[in-house]
Design a binder for this molecule. Sequence first.
Ligand code: PRP
Ligand code: URA
Length: 206
Amino acid sequence: MINVSRHPLVREKLTRLRDTTTPPPEFRRLVHEIATLVLYEATADLALEDRKVDTPLAPWTGSRLREKVGLVPVLRAGIGMVEAALSLMPEAQVWHIGLFRDERTLRPIEYYNKLPTEATVQVCLVLDPMLATGGSAVATIDVLEKWGAKRIKYVGLIAAPEGVKALSDAHPDVPIHVAALDDRLNEKGYIVPGLGDAGDRQFGTG
Ligand code: PRP
Ligand code: URA
């Protein structure tokens, strides 16, 4: 299942994000803002349980999240989405996974994994702006499933059809939430039109 945001604010912000003239400080702000909006949509089905509180006027039975949420940013580019997720879910745990794509084979290489031996959360939100070949997302979700994660969602900014197919084939139960579905990959595995290298543009390393 893929959900592509149709929100006008997402589309307007994404246009500025794609723009080559957008410098890293504004790029990071936009990643944060778009991630907030996509996460709002991606978390619409989180389960609730009752929580009783007293307002100044009366007792009130409200709600709290029933399940523990884990945020799994894929280094480096996923880091830019973490603060957005934490401002919506301050109690969420953050588990980092480090992967980079081998430039020649485009296969993901894992270099960092701080997951404890057993799963400590019920819902995992994988945070990575770019779903290109899908190799990084599939590898991350393989790791999470081995870890024992039961419910996983992928939350990104821009996807290519090739990445959506690879992720849906490998993990059909993982819903994909993105701000845009672009046209294709180029011969170097970059998303077209895309935004270039999401890590380099956030951190000024291009
Ligand atoms: C980017 C991006 C994804 C990956 C997507 O990371 O953040 O993790 O590429 O490509 P894929 O779908 O073909 O696997 P990159 O490997 O450039 O590492 P970085 O975030 O450290 O720059
Ligand atoms: N990673 C990026 O940062 N951008 C792309 O277009 C593809 C992979």
